[in-house]
Each structure stands twice: as C-alpha cells, then as structure tokens.
Design a binder for this molecule. Structure first.
Ligand code: AMP
Ligand code: GLY
Length: 425
C-alpha cells in the first residue's frame, strides 16, 4: 500500500518512520516533507493549506491512505475534500476540526457538555474584553487566548490588568494575529502538571495512546517565550491507571459522544491538552492531530503496525485492533536555531548526524532541514532536529538523548538541558 504523510516537521518524520516499518507499506510519500523525510519517502511539493492540491497529490501518487500531521489542512477541510473524492484519510472533517480551529467554539462545546475546563468568557470586542478585565472576574494571572489558529502565538498570560489590556490591544485593535484575534477567550489560570493525552477514534471506539509531556518554553526551568515545543517525554508512569480512566471517562468519551450527537462525528486523532489540577484533570485545549514534539516521543514506543491502526480507523473497525506499546521511556530533545521562537537564520551545515544516529537507542527525526545532492544536511527552520532516545527509565533515555545531542552541531544551535529532568530523581 502507498501511504501519504502531509506536513514537513519532526512529527511527520516520526509518522513516516513508523509507517516505513509496516510490512503493508510499499512506499511512503511526503507532502511536502523535509530533508530527513526525503531519506525514507518520496517528497512531493504541496501547499499544506490547500485541500484540493493535497487530494491531487494523493490521487497522482496512488496513496491508499493519508496521515495528516498539522492542523491547518484539517481546519481547511482536507478530510472533506478527500471524502468527496473517495480517498481515505486519518483526520477529522472541517466541522470536527473546529475543536482546534476556534477556541471559543471548543469552550462553548465543553460548557454545553459539562466537560471540565477552566472557567471562561468569550469577548467579541475590545470594549467587552476591557470590561471583563476591569471586573476582575477570573483574577490574576489571567489567561487570554485568541480564538483562531495562531501558530502557538495566540495564548498570553497577564499578571496585571495593564498587561491584560496590552494583550487585548495587540490581538483585537492592532490585530497582530489577523482574523484569529477577532474574538478572544479570557479564562482563569489553572495550576498543576500538564499532560498531553491522545486517542485514535473512529467516531465510536476510542483507543488511547501513551501519555506524553511537552516542554513549551524556550529555556530551562520553563523560562522564556512559548515555542511550538522544545522537547517531550513519554513514559508509562506519567499517568497512573486511575488518572487515565478518569480522563477517558470524564473528558475523552463525553467529547466523542457529544461531537456525534451534535452532528460532527469525530474520526481521527484527538489530542487533549490537560492540566492535572488538584481538583482533577481540566482541558486546556483540544487539538485535532498528534502533538509536535509529543509524536516523536510516543511513536517510537509503538510495537504494532501504524498502518493497521490507520486503516481500522478509517473503516470503522478500530475496536478490533489492540496495539502494543513498549514499557520503555522516551525523551525527545529539540535542537533549535539561534533566535527561535523569534527570528533566526537558516542554511547552516549540520555536523555529527551520523555519529548521533549510531548511538544505542537513539533516533534522529528532522524538523527543519534540507538535504543537499551530496547527502549533507542544512538547517531550514526554527526547530531543526529531534533527538529521541529510548531507555528502561527516563534517566537512561535522558542520558542517551543528551549524549547523542552533544555530538550534533550547527551554527547557533540551542536546546534545553532539562527535558525529563523532574522525572529523574
Ligand atoms: P493552549 O494553546 O490553549 O494549550 O495554551 C498554550 C499553553 O498555555 C498551555 O500549554 C498552557 O501551558 C498554557 N495555558 C493555557 N490555558 C491555561 C490555563 N487556563 N491555565 C494555565 N495555563 C494555561
Ligand atoms: N506540542 C504542542 C502541539 O503540538 O500543539
């Protein structure tokens, strides 16, 4: 079977790697892919925001099944376009993808169905937002979220009403995020440990993946600006059985049932971003896809066939598959360009990849690279490489990941040194 993977980052490289291991896969196609993906897949140029172009690629390449990495194609209706043409794709349609595409929609959905989340209000004008800030209803710090897709730049934490008003000014008056900031969600600040929880679902049956933890801030100790994710870990003990059951019973299953009841059955991968508060798990956000870099930590633990899971998902027979996951821990360290998540330069040669890749238990996924005709790699993005290591424990996986990362070099490379550190004592 020929399989297409949409996207160009580390998550997509992990998907390509997992699919290439499947005995049922004869070829993987990446649209558009990246330098690392090009070693395992045929890469075809495509605009990931354009559903028709993506369906054209699937048809031209004879893809029997397509996996989608990022949210943009899903929110833009790639699954709808594929369905119209009778093409199989793992991912929700545009109506279901509103759970990620509009934070206001997601919050109202949760409120309608009693799904636990932070208390909130939706503001359609700057005046309304300012009134709410002045009322002090949710206290400080106050979380302010742009409604629409904002590539990780749409969430702001305000410690004072002045900071909150500045954010409203930027989002709603200066419109720095464009239409994404036309409405905002104001919500109470939750505290606890964050956890990324994923399930495969065919609209009825739910198949959980192992949990992961994402490290969103740029610098050690959770300092610095928010990024797409500077690292992730996955390990069985991130959630105990009781917490996992509670998340499924109070959050995931009600979400899937309510989506079907509201007329948009959810088929694909659902990502629930959670805060594990003292009162129980609360939804921070829904995403309609795998996380990046969580996927790079989770997929290496999959001991079953990803193609089989994807195929069962699109044919509505997910209840028949029982994937096996290794009990290992994984640690994924993101090697980023100097300046990221702000502006950065690209085009620097990368050294040490071969040596790093040969280390025991280590996988290198490419997030933003290009491959030159001579086989050498150059930086081509903010997040450049993901160094993933497996181990029996987080401690062992961490040691392996950082030993491998230290072999890699490119101009102005930076990475966090504390991925998984709090699980290591
Ligand atoms: P989101 O894109 O909604 O997941 O928000 C990005 C990040 O902001 C989350 O991963 C959390 O670290 C933080 N965040 C979002 N909402 C809240 C909240 N209500 N309380 C505390 N932190 C939050
Ligand atoms: N790692 C966070 C995300 O993929 O949205």
């Amino acid at each position: 079977m020929r399989v297409l993977v949409i996207g160009s980052g580390g998550r997509e490289h992990a998907l390509v790697w997992a699919l290439a291991r499947s005995s049922g896969v004869t070829a993987v196609i990446g649209a558009p892919g990246n330098g690392g993906i090009a070693e395992q897949a045929r890469c075809v140029r495509a605009d990931v925001g354009n559903p028709r172009e993506l369906a054209d690629v699937a048809e031209a390449e004879g893809a029997a099944l397509t996996f989608v990495g990022p949210e943009l194609p899903l929110v833009n209706g790639v699954a709808d376009e594929f369905a119209r043409r009778g093409l199989k794709i793992v991912g929700p349609d545009a109506r279901a993808a509103r759970l990620e595409g509009s934070k206001a929609f997601a919050k109202e959905f949760m409120a309608r169905h009693g799904i636990p989340t932070a208390r909130f209000a939706i503001c359609a004008s700057a005046a309304e937002a300012r009134r709410l800030i002045a009322s002090g209803r949710f206290g400080f710090p106050l979380v302010i979220k742009a409604d629409g897709l904002a590539a990780g730049k749409g969430v702001s934490l305000a410690h004072t009403s002045r900071e909150a008003e500045e954010t409203i000014e930027r989002f709603m008056v200066q419109k720095v995020l464009g239409p994404a900031g036309e409405r905002v969600v104001l919500e109470e600040h939750l505290t606890g440990r964050e956890c990324s929880f994923f399930v495969f679902t065919d609209g009825e049956f739910v198949l959980p993946l192992p949990p992961a933890q994402d490290y969103k801030r740029a610098h050690d100790g959770d300092h610095g600006p928010n990024t797409g994710g500077m690292g992730a870990i996955s390990a069985p003990h991130l959630l105990d059985a009781a917490a996992r059951e509670r998340i499924l019973r109070e959050i995931v299953e009600p979400t899937i049932r309510a989506a079907a009841r509201e007329g948009f059955p959810y088929r694909g991968i659902l990502y629930v971003g959670l805060m594990l508060t003292r009162e129980g798990p609360r939804v921070l956000e829904y995403n309609v896809r795998l996380g990046d870099p969580e996927a790079q930590a989770i997929l290496p633990r999959l001991e079953s066939d990803l193609l089989e899971i994807g195929d069962a998902l699109v044919t509505g027979s997910l209840s028949r598959v029982r994937p096996r996951w290794s009990a290992d821990a994984t640690v994924c360290v993101v090697l980023a360009s100097g300046g990221y998540p702000g502006s950065y330069h690209t085009g620097y040669p990368i050294q040490g990849l071969e040596e790093a890749r040969r280390r025991e238990g280590v996988l290198i996924f490419h997030a933003g690279t290009t491959r030159a005709p001579d086989g050498s790699f150059h930086t081509a993005g903010g997040r450049v490489l993901n160094v993933v290591a497996r181990g029996r424990t987080v401690v062992e996986a961490r040691e392996r990941a950082y030993a491998a990362a230290s072999l890699i070099a490119f101009e102005r490379m930076h990475y966090r040194r504390d991925i998984g550190a709090e699980w290591s004592s």
